[in-house]
Ligand binder design. Structure first.
Ligand code: UN1
Length: 484
């Protein structure tokens, strides 16, 4: 396509650069609409970006924390003041509703301003040395060049919570956003660039992961990779990161099959709200989404009925329409995955209580009714495999002990929730759930930006993201001994 000149370009070494090809960013609420044209770079662009990031590292890593603070704070301010416009852009490319899109931009702004402060709070330690007259210091230094590879479901918040700490702690970055959502990524980079980042400190390379991701994960000048996405891609990245001579540090945030346990003593309204919010909002496209409701017998039927009734009240429609509660699925491929799992659930013998049909709207888009299955056996594929869509299953449990066992009976370990009014069961669940995040009487998805985020088992690998814990990934520790 000869539209390369009209596209939003990649940022390499402080220059906006054309690429050989162009991506059409399609609106999933109305596939006739092209949100914009975006450069589609390749391996050579990624290579140049790594070189630019490497060249920019010495000066940036030695820069004043005040400078890093000010740039991030300026960018946070611009994001916050443009949240309506950028929220609209985000919702147009990803399909989450406008309030969800605006909320996500505001969250990205908060992440940037939190991390601006963190640039000023890089702590060290001092312990007595064991030799007479020996002083010791433990200090944190930046890692070097960080490759950031982000998914499509949070097009601005996830890039923000990877890029902001990388920059705050003095690293330089090569950023490869998901193919489906370049607009939010481009806007974030444009804002950070204009906020005063020196050339080469933040580089943007949009294009296919097969080319750009593989350069980042194998290039000897890249020191670390922060990735959020699917388990198979995460495993490939991990293999590439250790295969080369440089043995990169990695932070991988991957799938989930998050349980929400509902006990007999739960407040039914709270349980239904947690379930619906956690499983179906943002079209179920969150790695923290609840996809397994594990429900004890005494509340089971009322819960299933309550969720079905609540689903009845939700309107699925164009992401930008004020009366839509849930937007479309992100693209045709994901819609096909969702529909195929709905089919698998039916064939496995689960009962489809509500939804699961593809919907027609005024505009051509990937609309899907949320699907609720009951009588789901824990061995069924819909109870074991991550679907990443608005599909949830209900499994019966005899009592708390069995519910806890079922909650933990998964290869994943990202988020786990429980709805109960029993302090004893809530406390026990918090202690024994094999998950990185545990929620009591709250939806499993929806997280605070100042707290650590990450999971266990197949869900995550490496140190936590977000809050002050991000320092553990984005810095390397040095231990110094001095005799005067
Ligand atoms: C949230 O639930 O608010 O990709 C955040 C994801 C997660 C972020 C979830 N890394 O869905």
């Amino acid at each position: 396509m000869d539209t390369a000149k009209a596209a939003h370009r990649n940022l390499i070494g402080g220059e906006w650069c054309d690429a050989a090809d162009v991506t059409q960013n399609v609106n999933p609420s109305d596939t006739r609409e092209i949100v914009g044209l975006y450069a589609r770079g390749g391996a050579a662009d990624a290579q140049h970006a790594v070189e630019a990031a490497r060249a920019a590292f010495p000066a940036w890593s030695g820069s004043s924390p005040q400078l890093r603070h000010d740039i991030l704070a300026r960018a946070a301010h611009e994001l916050q003041s443009r949240r309506e416009e950028l929220g609209r852009l985000l919702s147009s490319e990803e399909g989450k509703t406008l309030p969800e899109g605006i909320g996500e931009v505001a969250r990205a702004a908060s992440v940037l301003s939190f991390m601006a402060g963190e640039a000023l709070r890089i702590r060290g330690d001092r312990l007595p040395g064991l030799q007479p007259g020996s002083d010791t210091e433990v200090t944190r230094e930046p890692l070097g060049v960080v490759g950031v590879i982000s998914p499509w479901n949070f097009p601005i918040a996830i890039p923000a919570w990877k890029i902001a700490p990388a920059l705050a702690y003095g690293n330089t970055v090569v950023f490869k956003p998901a193919d489906l959502v370049p607009a939010s990524a481009w806007a974030l980079v444009d804002i950070l660039h204009r906020a005063g980042l020196p050339d080469g400190v933040l580089n943007l390379v949009m294009g296919p992961g097969s080319q750009i991701g593989s350069v980042l994960c194998s290039h000897p000048e890249v020191d670390a990779i922060s990735f959020t996405g699917s388990v198979p891609t995460g495993r490939r990245i991990a293999a590439d990161c250790v295969a080369g001579p440089s043995m990169k540090r990695m932070q991988l945030e991957m799938g989930g099959k998050n349980p929400l346990v509902i006990l007999d003593d739960a407040d039914l309204d709270v349980a239904v709200e947690c379930a619906v919010q956690g499983a179906f909002f943002s079209t179920g496209q969150r790695c923290t989404a609840s996809s397994r409701f594990i429900v004890t017998e005494g509340i089971h039927d009322r819960f299933v009925q309550g969720v079905a009734r609540r689903l009845e009240t939700l309107r699925i429609g164009h992401a930008l329409r004020a009366d839509s509660h849930i937007g479309p699925v992100v693209d045709r491929k994901q819609l096909d995955v969702d529909l195929s799992y709905i089919d698998i659930g039916r064939k496995e013998g689960a009962r489809l209580v509500w939804g699961g049909e593809r919907l027609e709207r005024d505009t051509p888009g990937f609309y899907l009714q949320p699907a609720l299955f009951s009588e789901v056996d824990p061995s069924m594929r819909i109870a074991r495999e991550e679907i990443f869509g608005p599909v949830a299953s209900v499994t019966r449990a005899r009592d708390f002990e069995e519910a806890l066992h079922l909650a933990n009976d998964t290869e994943f370990g990202l988020a786990a929730g429980i709805c109960t009014t029993s302090l004893r069961h809530a406390s026990q669940f918090k202690r024994q759930a094999q998950a990185g995040i545990v929620k009591v009487n709250q939806a499993t998805s929806g997280l605070d930006y100042h707290l650590p985020f990450g999971g266990r088992k197949a869900s995550s690998y490496g140190p936590r993201e977000q809050g002050q814990y991000a320092v553990d990934f984005y810095t390397v520790i040095k231990t110094a001994y001095t005799s005067a």
